[in-house]
Design a protein around this ligand. Structure first.
Ligand code: KIV
Length: 267
């Protein structure tokens, strides 16, 4: 088996100039495929709310749902680092609540780190979680849990003031002890500046080529979910098309009495 990916290993990848790969997963079967295919980090994202549950955003996802999905993903992973995503209101209400919920991902679900959204305003919370021995991945820029504050999923950091706020957020997350940081939905130049100024790896999504790694939502990149496709998504497969074709074949064969054949039947 290839060497296990660890938190220090991810940090080292930046120092060695190796690009970090990260994809989301929400269940055992797909997590196994990702792990075997060599992805470095598997993020059990609260994007489960959109691409699995069919909700308009991530806000209704609960801690119990995240624990369930993280547990079944972790069961499928041998090599990749498993990161559990803290859902809306699981860490914003108080530091003690944040610490307990972060701990659940490791204790009950088998995650090796957690991710949470926010910069300067979350830095004390990040520090408390890190001080408890729980590795934290930060998340700045277009943070989806703040969708209503942004007035939609809009690129952040285009205006001068915003640019500096996001830079300060990234620095605060690093200062608080996070081992890596997702940078989402910001101009390429800003992501480049953040990547150059901080020593922990940046993992970009809709943040251009200069980040230390890239993350995509699995259902987007596989072409499994197409209710909404952001510009930054590259489709690497058409799984929706393949599934639809297979299901049509099944329906036709059953109706025409071609399935099951002798080879699928018992004497
Ligand atoms: O929930 C998620 O999938 C995420 C990634 C898009 C970074 O936060």
């Amino acid at each position: 088996m290839a060497e296990k990916v660890t938190v220090p290993g991810i940090v080292k990848m930046k120092r060695e100039g190796k690009k970090i790969t990260c994809l989301t997963a929400y269940d055992y079967s797909l997590a196994r495929i990702l792990d075997d295919a060599g992805v470095d980090v598997i993020l059990v994202g609260d994007s489960v709310g959109s691409v699995v549950q069919g909700q308009p955003n991530t806000l209704a996802v609960t801690m119990d749902e995240m624990i369930y999905h993280t547990r079944i993903v972790a069961r499928g992973c041998k090599r990749a680092l498993v990161v559990g995503d803290m859902p809306f209101l699981s860490f914003q209400v108080g530091r003690e609540q944040a610490l307990r919920n972060a701990g659940r991902f490791l204790q009950e679900a088998g995650a090796e780190a957690i991710k949470l959204e926010g910069g300067v305003s979350m830095s004390d919370t990040i520090a408390a979680i890190v001080n408890a021995g729980i590795p934290v991945m930060g998340h700045v820029g277009l943070t989806p849990q703040s969708v209503h504050q942004f007035g939609g999923y809009k690129i952040q950091g285009r205006e001068k003031g915003q640019h500096e706020i996001i830079m300060r957020d990234a620095l605060a997350v690093q200062e608080a002890g996070a081992f890596a940081i997702v940078v989402e939905g910001v101009p390429t130049a800003l992501a480049k500046e953040i990547t150059e100024r901080i020593s922990i790896p940046t993992i970009g999504i809709g943040a251009g080529i200069h980040c230390d790694g890239q993350v995509l939502v699995l259902h987007d990149m596989l072409g499994l979910f197409d209710d909404f496709t952001p510009k930054f998504v590259k489709r690497y497969a058409d799984i929706k098309g393949s599934v639809a074709a297979a299901v049509k074949d099944f329906v036709e064969e059953v109706r025409e009495r071609k399935f099951p054949g002798e080879e699928h039947s018992f004497k």
